[in-house]
Design a protein around this ligand. Structure first.
Ligand SMILES: *Cc1c(COP(=O)(O)O)cnc(C)c1O
Length: 364
């Protein structure tokens, strides 16, 4: 038996059941227009109102002031890895600094290198990407163009536990896998970005929150589609945007704002879910290894292993019989990974935690 209810995929990930229901209806015909969402014009009044609502929901949920522009772009977070240095690493500044704390920040760091000279402010490779640095303690140049980091390392299951205090240089965060999972202090950042497919909707759209003052340093002559100002000045409707993905993202933000009741509630639900699973794993005392050092454990992605690939595969099979899917580890590190994104329920985590316990009692 496979079930949407027990989807622990790392991304694209689980979406709330009510959002899936509304999406099913919208594919046939949107209640507001009678037209399928898949055939709605991006120049329609309806889509303009969806873009406006997505933006105002994000501003309300996160407390984002008008000092920041919000854009919806394509190309995923990988395109942001390339666009950020193109737009913000101007010659007037010292090279941007990158925290390399896992698979995804490693990708951001190596993409930046193709565009500009850049510095690695911290590298966790020597310790196997099990720890994170204290951003405030890093030795970075005061004239660095910016400091880039990944707030939640999706593959290794590491997460910065607190919202960061302001750094001396503009702080840019890839929040692809923990955006809208908890409250943050947006003022600490010059830019935050997150693609939708982990926590906000289907693949195809990436949210970028950019401090307007940062836009002033963008060099002239970038291709329009790669220049953040294009997306800001066209209200994320420069070329055909992913109407469907933005619609579903809007439903998810509506759900968070009005059904869940905001990010503080979402955060406490997520903390409870993560605690349930980590407690079950810790109780096995050596029967499993959790990839992250305790202090840096992610609330979103729990990466662990029973110790060898044979046992891990046996667990995947046993779990599948209960309808649990999506727990294979990322191909770069193997093992197992349970992603506890917003739409994964307490009940689902309970079933997974019990499955882990039962499996180890039987096999180990
Ligand atoms: C999944 C992921 C990415 C990759 O995003 P794409 O949209 O596939 O380019 C980047 N950063 C983080 C933190 C991720 O989890």
């Amino acid at each position: 038996m496979k079930s949407n209810a027990l989807n622990f995929s790392g991304g694209p990930g689980a979406l709330p059941e009510t959002v899936l229901e509304q999406t099913r209806v919208a594919i046939s015909a949107l209640p507001e227009t009678g037209i399928s969402v898949l055939g709605m014009s991006h120049r329609s009044d309806w889509f303009r109102s969806i873009l406006n609502e997505a933006e105002s929901n994000l501003r309300a949920l996160l407390g984002i002031s008008d000092d920041y522009a919000i854009t919806f772009q394509q190309g995923g977070s990988s395109l942001q890895f390339a666009m950020i240095p193109m737009n913000f690493a101007g010659r007037a500044f010292a090279p941007p600094e990158y925290v390399t704390s896992g698979y995804w920040s490693g990708r951001a760091t190596s993409e930046a290198e193709k565009v500009t000279s850049r510095k690695v402010a911290w590298d966790g490779r020597a310790t196997g990407y099990r720890q994170l640095p204290d951003l405030g303690q890093l030795d970075i140049s005061n004239s660095a163009a910016y400091l880039h980091y990944v707030s939640n390392e999706t593959v290794e299951g590491l997460q910065f536990p607190h919202c960061e205090t302001a750094t001396s240089v503009p702080l840019i965060a890839d929040m692809s896998s923990d955006f809208l999972s908890k409250s943050i202090r947006p003022d600490a950042y010059s830019m935050i970005y997150a693609h939708a497919q982990k926590n906000l909707g289907p693949a195809g759209v990436t949210v970028a929150v950019i401090k307007r003052s940062l836009l002033e340093r963008i060099p002239a002559g970038l291709p329009a589609i790669l220049d953040f100002r294009t997306h800001v000045s066209h209200g994320s409707n420069y070329n055909t945007p992913p109407v469907f993905a933005i619609y579903v993202l809007t439903l998810v933000t509506r759900w968070l704002r009005f059904d869940v009741g905001g990010l503080e509630t979402m955060q406490s639900i997520n903390e409870r879910k993560a605690k349930r699973l980590y407690d079950a794993l810790d109780a096995l005392e050596g029967g499993v290894t959790i990839h992250a050092d305790r202090r840096w454990r992610s609330q979103m992605n729990v990466a662990f292993t029973f110790g060898d690939s044979r046992l891990d595969s046996a667990f995947i099979d046993a779990a599948r019989e209960q309808g649990i899917v999506g727990i294979e580890g990322h191909r770069s590190i193997g093992g197992l990974r349970a992603s506890l994104y917003n739409a994964v329920t307490d009940q689902a985590v309970e079933i997974l935690a019990n499955a882990v316990t039962e499996f180890s009692l039987e096999r180990i």
